[in-house]
Each structure stands twice: as C-alpha cells, then as structure tokens.
Design a binder for this molecule. Structure first.
Ligand code: ADP
Ligand code: ASP
Ligand code: MG
Length: 861
C-alpha cells in the first residue's frame, strides 16, 4: 500500500472583528470548506472577540481596587450573547467563565497580581472565542476539532519576567510532532492566537496583537503552504486606510518591506509574524473577511531590488527624551553612560539623533512602561550626565521602502510637506528601509495626508498599487453589491450632450427617477407619512412631482415653506414640517402662522419665548446620542452635534411644557446621512420610545432621513425592504405610534447630474489635470465632505480609460477638485463630462464664490 501523502497545511488567522459575529463566522466556514475542497488542512487561528482583550487587560487592576465585578459581568454577558448569536450552546464556555471569575476573585483576595497571572487572565479571550467558533463550524457540518495552542507553541526563556509572560518569543523551526498531533484532531483545527506556554507549562502571551504571530508560528512549524491573515481591511495599504481613505492597496510586498511597514506602525500585521514565514519562504496573504473575493496583499520573496517608497506609517503616543550637555563634545563614553541608565530602567530606545551638545532618543510606550513618574526617576538618574527634557506626545511618521537613500532626490517635492511642521527628530534607518520624522502628535494626520498625496499620486497607474480604500468601501460602511442597474443617463446620453452644448455647466434632473424614488418610499408598509427634506433640492418642478406622489415636506427655514406653498398652492398645511435650528423667535411665529408642524430642538425657545408656544402642539427633536454617516460633518447626533435635546434635558422639557401649556405631540430624531445599516431607523424609533414614555400625548415618531443611495458603480444604497422589515417589527411592538420619515437625498440624488464641458488639460510632473467649467461653487460636496461622485466622459462613454486625472474646476482654491485620480478615456477640450449622483445638495449648496454663476437647472422627463 502507498503511504498516504503528508497533509498540506494552510493557516487561516481571523482577528477580533472577524470572529465577533455570526455573519463573519459564516465567512470563516465558507473559507474553511473551500480550503478543504482544495485538498488543504486548515488550522484556524483566532483572536478574542473584538474588545475582549482590552477588557481582560484592565481586569487585574480593577480586581485590585475591588471593582472587577461589573467589567467581569460584561465579559460574561458578551460571550453569552455571542453564543446565542452563533446558535451554539453557551454551556460550552461555562467552565472557562467560571475559572476566569475565580481567578479574578483570587487577585482580589490576595491583593496582588503579576505578569504571570495577567497572562492567564488574558488567555481566556482567545480560549472563549475558539470554543464557540469551533462549535459553530461543527454545526455547519465541518469536521472541526479544537486544540489548546499552549500545547503546540513553546516559548523561549527570557530573564525579564514581564517580557517572558507578556511578550514571549517562540522558536519557528519545523516541528513534525506538531503535524502529527494536529492530524488527529479533525479535518480542520481551531486554535487560539496570542498565547503559548513556557518551559514550566505556564501560559505566556505573544504581545498585544500577537495572534498574527501565533498564526505565522503554526505555519512555520507545520511547513504550511501559506498563511492567510483575515482581517477588517483588504490588505496592507500605503497608509492606514481608516485614517486616510485615499490609501492604496499594496498588492505584493516582499518580507522585508512588510516587516518594516508593520514595525513602523501598520497594525494590520504584528511585526513579529514575518520572521517565521520568511524563514520557510511561506507566502503570507492578507485578506478582507467581509469580502473574501477582493484580492488582498501577498507577501513573499523579493522579486526585484528597485528603490521605491511603499507606505507611510505612523506611531502615535511616542515620547522624546532630549539630553543636553555642554561637555559631550569629543568626550569618551558619554553615550555608553547614558544608555546604561536607560538599560537600568528597562527602557528600550527606538530612534536616536546626536549633535555636539545634545542627544535625543525616542521611547515607544508600547514596548515600555513609560510615564511621568518613570521619567522623573530617569531624569534624576541622568542628572550627573546631562539635563533632560521630555517632549511629547509625539508621532513618528515613517516613509517605508526599499533603498530609500537612493531616492532621496525624488522625495524632494514631498519634503515641502514639512514646511509647516516642527520636526523634532529625523532618522534614516541603517537598514535603508525607512526614513522617520518625529513631529507633535496633533500634526501627524495632516503631515501624512500631505506626504501621501505628494508621494503616491503618481502611483495611480502603477499596477503594484491596487484600488484605494475609498474605492473599495464606503469608508467602512457595510455595502452590498448590485449588478445590472444602469443609471438613467446612459439612455439619455445624446440628449444630455445636446443640453450641455446649449448651456454649461448645467444640472439636469430626471423627473421619472424622482417619481420612482417617491413611489418606493410611499410603498413602505411600516411608514405612515413621508416628508421630503427639501433642503436637498428645492427646485419647484421637483417639489411638484413629490407633492403629487403624496409626500409632505420638511422645511428648515420660512423661505423653504414659502417655496413649497408657491410651487404647490393647494398643499394642506399639515403636510409641512418646520424644523428650524437655532432660528430667531420670529421664525417660530411664522411657522405656526403657516399652519406647519413646528419642531423645537432646544429648550431656549420655551424658556425665553413661552408666549409663542402657549396652547400649541409641538414636535421635539431628540438627540439619540449616537451619530452615524459618511463624514463627521453630516453626523447629526451626539454631544458634539448642535442638534436636538439630549435625554438628560427631558425632565426640564416636561416641566416647561406643563408650565406653558404646550403639548408635545411628536418626537423626532435624525442621526446622519448616507446610512446603510438597515436597523438604524428602528433603533432610533426605540430611542424615541424611551423619551415618549414621558409624554403620553406623543402620537407620532419621526425617525428622520439619511437613507443612503448608491454613489458608486456596482454599489447598492440602503436596503429599503430591510428598513421596512425592521420598522414593521417596531410597529408591531409599539402600535400606538405613527411612524414618519423624512428623507432628502434618497429622493433626488440619483435623479440629478452635473454636466460640465472640458476647458483645458494640463500635465504637471506626473499629475494630469482635466479642467471643466463647473467648480466647487456648483458642487461643493467633494471639497466639503470628501464626497465621491462618479465622473464619466459622455462623448466617449464606454471607451477604455487611458489616463488618470484630477478633474478640477475654475475656482481659485486648491480644493476645487471634483474628483481625484479618475480613470478617463482620452479626453479633449470641449468634451462633456457628467458628474453623477449630483441631484442632492448640489445646486442647493451652490454659491457665487469668485463671482461665478453656479450651474443652472433643467428638469427632463
Ligand atoms: P485584527 O483584529 O484583524 O488583527 P487589527 O485591528 O489588528 O486587525 O489590524 C487591522 C487594522 O490595521 C485596520 O483596521 C487598519 O486600521 C490598521 N492599519 C494601520 N495601518 C495599516 C496599513 N498600512 N494597511 C492596512 N491596515 C492598516
Ligand atoms: N487578542 C489579542 C489582542 O487584542 C491578540 C490579537 O488579537 O492579535 O491583542
Ligand atoms: Mg491584529
């Protein structure tokens, strides 16, 4: 008989957010099944459920203060909920939870803890998540066994107990015994990240974020075919995509580059996970759990040695210790003396810069326990040698790439970004893989943005760089793919070109698209009334169409009320909502006179102008406390938003209403715009019910607008059926309230386009510009919110792109850019460009800046 071939292992590592919900575990099950199908044996290495490690980290200190009960209960509850979400037996983790509780009690009783106990406490995060996850996979019919990683990975000895227990190292040599051990566990094996054991069998940790390293160790010891890191972004990017949505996906990196990007701050990979896979030449993939079809980053052996910049990384919370000494010049042993003091205090130094009279070093608190107290002690110990000063918090911003020294001249333009920043320290790594500067922490985001723009805009066509995070996601919001929906303007192309030839720039609105959106909204079974938030677009012919569809109007100024009444003279006043914000007294008087529903969103009017409201019915805008939306400026809830009455003001509101004979008949909340989370509106309704319980006179709840539309090709807007279903469930629970909604964008965004003619073309260095006659005075959303609008060349619709350009307007502002790095076909002066999804907040936010007339409007059928 032929001996069976050795198993071909693959390691799949899932991070905290990737194991935190049933939806993600469905993805894990699919991936495991696909690997098995490929003939591979998957080892699934998991993190703790996101947020749990942080909570566990804080538990021992809380226990010492006798305050562990509540955080412990929260951890237990989170896992019970998680088990319920996954549909697995919570009893599976009962013993572990019990052990954790007893351990915490133990700390409380003896009144002390240690790195050893700390490691034991933290290990529970991974243990709990894997027990539940493995059961889920088995429930999916997969042959998935569970192992305790501590029986698989041994740590190397370390004399420093903190490092030994909290930042342990493990060997990564091939380990045939491990393969044999896992072989019997199941077709797939579920194991914990982050943990290992020492020679005494004690639990040790691999450092925060160390699950990646555990995965790489499994891969190395098993000689796996590859190690896949599944996380909440599609790969490694040119900068942290969550801070810089323009960051581009890096399709391929060699081990050295990935190592450097990780060590200089890109959290997506734990820096210690590279050596094990590099030693065995195991390819490391980084991929997006939520959307596995997106090709991520492949880290492998070096393919070429060309100098290049790959990424900009940032580490925040850093401190500089500046040491002045007039006597240092040509003195022997000065550095040895001061560094010995750092060694004595167990502080590891990161960057160093020296001059005749000063040595400055940086300290990374992530690898050190460094605080004011420790600095004071250090400073005393250094006193015989020098005068010390602490500078911080700072950020280390690093440009990472191969042979950075060889391309310093190419960085010339990028260095202009430093003009406005005080650079505390500059350091060029001896490895020639990074150039780092230290600036004040609050300067870092702007510096990174500038540097990124200067360094990577030319990379637009380089195939090594994949799409931007902005293009791949709607800045982190959940989206669904849609196929086969062609925007209305494809069929109207000829007509639009003719309209632009007649007058440009020009907004064109497609009436039937507005009708269709209105019909979708009036079809919602759970919603009693729909009001159009007309600030999105008050064009009178659109108002008339919307009125004919049976919608009401939400107005935010008396002029908007006048506009509705002029466009729709027969409209019943009770179809008008008046929702002003920080408006003067007389506007409320005007609102009541117009017969509209008047909404209060502050107590000031009731406190100071009670006569205006006496005997009246009012609506009150409540701040639901949590903002959502595509940009900070459009989030309209939370203490930092100027809108709404907060929950803690409700008692006062009730008292004022009673005192002045005012009846609160409705409550309203609106938490932002561009929201795709279907349950959002039902959540707002639930919040409103909490407030409504205090006001028996409340009859209707207005859950606001913010329904997202599809802004990008292939991207869906909010799922209206799902919104309807969640609101219907709400109504079934609370039948006494009528539900109102007030969308704006949803009705008009897709119906509108902005047409602009190409005026001039320019190429400056590597950057191309396509100039058009429409600027930010016509459409301010890209400049104001960084909003994305698709841009196409109507004259060459469907032609393959041949250039990447910034589409810019004629306004004297560098922000006057309608789109960055857009793929366009060969484009010439006089061509008609179409800016899509411009029907909402386009013309209505336009201005005469530079004394330029904004685009005029046309409605077509
Ligand atoms: P996990 O819990 O899956 O291990 P992490 O939170 O540890 O995930 O790492 C993923 C995060 O790393 C991303 O959400 C992103 O914000 C951050 N990150 C920082 N720099 C980069 C970069 N250059 N490329 C990709 N992600 C980065
Ligand atoms: N759960 C551990 C942490 O949060 C390890 C990891 O997720 O990588 O640090
Ligand atoms: Mg991580």
């Amino acid at each position: 008989m032929q001996p069976s071939p050795p198993p071909r292992w693959v390691v799949l590592k899932y991070g905290g957010t990737s194991v935190a919900s049933r939806a993600r575990w469905e993805k894990i099950a699919e991936r495991v099944a696909a690997c098995i199908e490929e003939g591979l044996r998957p080892v699934v290495v998991c993190s703790a459920v996101s947020g749990i490690s942080d909570r566990l980290d804080a538990l021992p200190a809380a226990a010492l203060k006798g305050e562990a009960e509540a955080p412990l209960a929260a951890i237990l509850e989170r896992h019970r909920r998680h088990a319920a979400d996954l549909g697995v037996d919570p009893g599976l983790v009962a013993d572990d939870l019990d052990r954790l509780s007893r351990l915490v009690k133990g700390i409380e009783l003896v009144g002390e803890t240690s790195p050893r106990v700390h490691a034991r406490v933290m290990a529970f995060g991974e243990i709990l998540s894997t027990r539940l996850g493995a059961a889920f996979l088995r429930g999916r019919g997969l042959d998935a066994g569970w192992v305790d990683t501590r029986e698989c990975l041994d740590a190397l000895p370390d004399p420093d107990p903190r490092r030994a227990f909290l930042q342990a190292h493990c060997g990564h040599g091939l380990d045939p015994a491990l393969g044999e051990r896992l072989d019997g566990v199941g077709r797939a094996v579920v194991a914990q990240g982050f943990i290992a054991r020492d020679a005494d069998g004690q639990t040790v940790l691999l450092g925060r974020g160390g699950s990646d390293t555990a995965a790489a160790l499994f891969a190395a010891r098993l000689g796996a075919e590859r190690c896949e890191i599944w996380t909440d972004v599609p790969g490694m990017f040119t900068a942290d995509p969550r801070r810089l949505p323009d960051a581009r996906l890096l399709r391929r990196l060699d081990y050295d580059e990935a190592q450097e990007i990780a060590s200089t701050g890109a959290k997506v990979l734990h820096p210690r996970c590279i050596p094990p896979v590099r030693a065995h030449r195991i390819p490391l993939w980084i991929r997006w759990t939520e959307r596995p079809e997106v090709e991520g980053t492949v880290v492998g052996s070096r393919v070429d040695d060309a100098p290049r910049v790959r990424a900009i990384s940032t580490r925040t919370g850093q401190y500089l210790v500046s040491m002045d000494t007039p006597g240092m010049w040509q003195q022997v042993g000065f550095l040895a003396d001061v560094f010995a003091v750092f060694k004595r205090y167990g502080l590891s130094i990161d960057l160093v810069s020296t001059s005749e009279m000063n040595v400055t070093v940086s300290i990374d608190p992530a690898g050190n326990a460094f605080d004011a107290e420790r600095f004071a002690a250090l400073s005393d110990a250094l006193a015989p040698h020098c005068q010390t000063k602490l500078i911080g918090p700072c950020a280390v911003v690093s440009l990472v790439g191969r042979h950075i020294r060889a391309i310093l001249h190419r960085l010339g333009p990028a260095l202009t970004a430093f003009e406005e920043h005080r650079v505390h320290l500059l350091s060029q790594a001896a490895s020639d893989l990074n150039l780092s500067v230290v600036v004040d922490e609050d300067q870092a985001p702007r510096l990174v943005r500038n540097l990124h723009w200067l360094l990577f805009q030319e990379a637009a066509r380089d195939p090594a760089f994949g799409p931007s995070w902005l293009a791949l996601s709607d800045v982190g919001e959940q989206t669904a793919e849609v196929e086969g929906i062609t925007p209305w303007w494809h069929a109207e192309r000829e007509r639009l070109i003719a309209l632009a030839a007649e007058l440009s720039p020009r907004y064109v609105y497609h009436g039937p698209s507005v009708d269709a959106a209105a019909a979708r909204l009036t079809a919602l079974s759970s919603v009693d009334r729909v009001f159009y938030a007309m600030k999105a677009n008050p064009e009178p012919r659109l108002l008339q169409r919307i009125e004919r569809a049976g919608l009401g109007f939400e107005c935010v100024s008396p002029a908007e009320i006048d506009r509705v009444k002029a466009a729709c003279p027969d409209i019943a006043p009770d179809r008008i909502l008046f929702t002003p914000n920080f408006a003067p007294r007389e506007e409320y008087v005007a609102g009541f006179e117009a017969g509209a529903w008047v909404t209060l969103d502050n107590l000031h009017p009731l406190e100071h102008w009670p006569d205006v409201f006496r005997g009246r019915d009012v609506m009150v805008r409540i701040d639901p406390g949590k903002g959502r939306g595509h940009h900070d400026h459009v989030k309209t809830a939370g203490a930092r938003s100027k809108f709404g009455v907060s929950f803690d003001q409700i008692d006062r509101l009730k008292a004022l209403a009673a005192q002045h004979d005012v009846t609160v008949v409705g409550l309203h909340a609106h938490s932002g715009s561009g929201i795709r989370t279907a349950a959002q509106w039902a959540e707002v309704a639930e919040r409103l019910v909490e407030a409504a319980q205090r006001f028996p006179t409340v009859r209707h709840l207005d859950v606001g607008g913010g329904l997202a539309v599809a802004e990008k090709p292939g991207r869906a807007g909010v799922d209206l059926d799902a919104v309807d279903a969640t609101l219907a469930a709400f109504k079934a629970k609370h039948p006494r309230y009528a539900l109102w909604i007030e969308p704006g964008r949803y009705l008009v965004a897709e119906a509108g386009v902005l047409l602009a003619r190409v005026t001039q073309l320019k190429k400056k260095g590597p950057v191309r510009y396509v100039g058009v006659d429409a600027g930010m005075n016509s459409l301010i959303r890209p400049a104001l919110y960084g909003a994305y609008h698709a841009i196409v060349n109507l004259d060459r619709l469907g032609d393959a792109p041949t250039m990447v350009a910034n589409v810019v307007g004629p306004i004297c502002e560098s922000g006057d850019t309608l789109g960055y790095n857009r793929d366009l076909p060969e484009t010439r002066e006089g061509d008609t460009l179409l800016v899509a999804t411009a029907g909402a907040y386009g013309r209505s936010m336009a201005s005469h800046y530079n004394l330029r007339q904004p685009a005029l409007e046309t409605v077509i059928d």
